[in-house]
Design a protein around this ligand. Structure first.
Ligand SMILES: C[S@@+](CC[C@H](N)C(=O)[O-])C[C@H]1O[C@@H](n2cnc3c(N)ncnc32)[C@H](O)[C@@H]1O
Length: 280
């Protein structure tokens, strides 16, 4: 499972069309699925076509981006979409009708999570067993990032992180709070945030002295603008697939002001290596 989890620290390279496509494709499969976090795009009947497109892409990188657009998928009702664009047209509509459909898209996303219990298994879509390996992998990555990019961290540098789509505070509690002096949590589902607030209360967990969860923001990412220059790291894990492509881009543009000079976005999402073959 771990080999399919990828971490990227931004800014390192600009957001490319291919990344957006991948992001949209992920949603193709995750939308309205009971377990949105760990489901990846199924490459269905068009697998052969995709394979030959991939062969072309190996020779021509431009070809790769356009072939990515052609990845087909099924939604949870079994409806097939030719590509991410087609899915988006159906989900958020054309320009004129967009606002209403977009509101509906976000309403459905939140209402799914409102029906989920506030537990590790709940926020991991029934894959609570992934928690340990996820934290281990993230910790190795974070240590590398901190030693490479924050060499003064040990010299009393005050580090602050934002945990986006934090759910019950799983990542903050198991990881971020050990490395950052302050962690803010952003989570639009109030019963998750209440659980986070409780489990991160100083009396309920062991954090190093002077490390604490400071702010609990009950808002969705698409409506959030961080305080200017507050964060060393903005951590976004297993929640960005909820955003439409335009909100995905505008979130990163807006949230950039929240980074300190030299600060980073960390984006952790699942990607398929080769269609559905690697999916367990
Ligand atoms: C799969 S859970 C992951 C939770 C947490 N990141 C973790 O790894 O434990 C997805 C989270 O995204 C949150 N979410 C849903 N829509 C969101 C949105 N528009 N903005 C921010 N978070 C959202 C859900 O409420 C849920 O807590």
């Amino acid at each position: 499972m771990l080999d399919r989890l990828r971490l990227h620290a931004y800014p390192k390279e600009p957001l490319t069309c291919a990344k957006l496509t991948q992001h949209a494709s992920l949603k193709l499969e995750t939308k309205r699925r009971a377990k949105p976090t760990l489901h990846l795009l199924h490459v269905g009947r068009r697998k052969e076509k995709l394979r030959s497109a991939e062969a072309g892409a190996a020779a021509d990188p431009k070809h790769k981006e356009s072939s990515a657009m052609e990845v087909s998928g099924l939604d949870s009702d079994g409806k097939e979409f030719k590509n991410a664009e087609e899915m988006w047209r159906e989900q958020i509509g054309e320009d004129g009708e967009q606002q209403e459909k977009k509101t509906q898209w976000y309403r459905e996303g939140i209402s799914y999570w409102e029906g989920v219990e506030a537990s590790v298994d709940g926020v991991l879509g029934g894959f609570g067993n992934v928690n340990e390996v996820d934290i281990k992998g993230s910790e190795a990555f974070l240590q590398m990032l901190l030693s490479d990019r924050f060499p003064n961290a040990r010299n009393n540098q005050h580090l602050v992180a934002l945990d986006c789509g934090s759910g019950i505070g799983r990542i903050t509690k198991n990881l971020l709070i050990r490395y950052f002096n302050e962690v803010d949590l952003l989570e639009p589902v109030s019963h998750f945030l209440d659980a986070a607030r409780e489990s991160l209360a100083p009396e309920n967990h062991m954090a190093p002295d002077m490390h604490k969860a400071t702010n609990f923001f009950c808002v969705p990412l698409q409506d959030f603008t961080p305080e200017t220059g507050r964060y060393d790291v903005i951590w976004v894990q297993w929640c960005i697939g909820h955003l439409t492509d335009d909100d995905f881009v505008s979130f990163f543009k807006r949230a950039k002001v929240g980074l300190k000079p030299g600060g980073f976005f960390v984006l952790k999402e699942n990607i398929a290596r080769s269609g559905s073959e690697g999916i367990t």
